[in-house]
Design a protein around this ligand. Structure first.
Ligand code: PLP
Length: 368
């Protein structure tokens, strides 16, 4: 196993002592703003976001709305708030929403839709976060006195906790059409929608067309420190603003943050393609190893999930063994998750693949 410790990036420009030699594939939320992004933030023209007079924030919202083919957008502190506000605007207490069982909404938003909106969540069982249009249609409740009213369906493009799998456009469109026909709202959790766009070449407008609400995260692969932009019709955004305000999400000189978003849209979309390519290289290097389990959709974007129970160890033990060799990956339950992003270049990803390969090979040999 190689022990050389390459410096993969100077993590905090202006503060060389803070450089970090671990190859961090824990999540694409680990990115630090680049020197160029910090300069753009420092130069930002600002105003008061809460009264729609921060010009940089307005420019970002318009830019993302155009990118997604929607009438309007609103800047949010987080993707979690985008999901919650989309649900709050488009449901009533006592309604039910349909999501996949691996989704961020179902698993890691502290049950916000229930706690704040009084909305229950129907998680469809899936292998990797992708359900069929038929399964969705079957989950819609018949109207009546006793059942909850099914009010909204959400698609997570790309899937987060189950390996960056990319939804097929035709499946998303069928789900959207079923929702329309049955009087439901259709939502896209597009935290990593742009990773799907660069993976498939299908424009974001095509994915988002006809969906009532859709958002992008700025703080994942796009590399910003904070923020997400939620889009929809003008009327939807007016209502979303009321919830944003109620939840404490309204800001003041948010142009400093929005400038990072505009910078990322100018400079980091190409990086998402590199992230996907780097992930594919890691996948190719370890895909054939005995004891590792991959789904057939593995390696489609910038996240790779696999199981290690075939090696006789827990995911946590496997991740710890990799960390001992300066490669940080994530154990989520019994799954390993590896995520590429702009702070790890191709050479670092190749080295990480060697470490994962070496750890897995060692464990497999020990077992044999
Ligand atoms: C990260 C993520 C969120 C939440 O976004 P935050 O900006 O971290 O609040 C929601 N959905 C998916 C699929 C995500 O990956």
């Amino acid at each position: 196993m190689a022990h050389a410790r390459p410096i993969t990036s100077l993590r905090n420009p202006g503060d060389p002592s803070a450089s970090d030699m671990t190859i961090d594939l824990f999540s694409d939320t680990q990115t630090r703003p680049t020197a160029g992004m910090r300069e753009a933030m420092a130069r930002a023209v600002v105003g008061d976001e809460q009264s729609d007079s921060d010009p940089t924030t307005l420019a970002l919202c318009e830019r993302v709305a155009a990118l997604l083919g929607k009438e309007a957008g609103v800047f949010m502190p987080s993707g979690t708030m985008c999901n919650l506000v989309s649900i709050l605007v488009q449901t009533q207490a006592g309604d039910e929403i349909v999501v996949d069982d691996k989704s961020h909404i179902y698993n890691t938003e502290a049950a916000g839709s229930c706690a704040i909106g009084g909305v229950s969540v129907a998680p469809l069982p899936t292998k990797v976060g992708i359900y069929t249009p038929e399964a969705f249609e079957a989950a819609i409740r018949a109207p009546g006195r006793t059942a909850p009213r099914t009010a909204l369906v959400s698609v997570e493009q790309t899937t987060s906790f189950s390996g960056g799998s990319v939804w097929r456009l035709e499946d998303m469109r069928r789900i959207r059409d079923i929702a329309k026909a049955r009087g439901l709202k259709a939502h896209i959790d597009g935290a990593r929608l742009l990773n799907a766009v660069v993976a498939t070449g299908i424009p974001a407008t095509d994915y988002a067309q006809g969906f009532d609400s859709v958002w992008l995260d700025l703080s994942k692969g796009l590399g910003c420190p904070v923020g997400a932009v939620l889009c929809g019709t003008r009327d939807f955004i007016t209502q979303a603003w009321r919830w944003k305000y109620r939840l404490g999400g309204a800001m003041r000189q948010s142009g400093v943050l929005a400038a990072a978003g505009l910078y990322a849209l100018d400079h980091h979309i190409e990086q998402l393609a590199r992230d996907n390519a780097n992930l594919a290289r890691i996948h190719a290097r370890i895909a054939g190893l005995p004891g590792l389990g991959f789904d057939e959709t593995a390696g489609q974007s910038n996240i790779l999930c696999f199981t290690v129970d075939g090696l006789g160890v827990t995911a946590a033990a496997f991740a710890a063994a990799c960390l001992a060799h300066d490669v940080r990956i994530r154990a989520i339950g019994e799954t390993i998750r590896v995520t590429t992003h702009l702070d790890v270049d191709a050479a670092a990803c190749d080295r990480a693949a060697e470490v994962i390969h070496a750890v897995a090979s060692y464990l497999a040999a020990r077992r044999a």
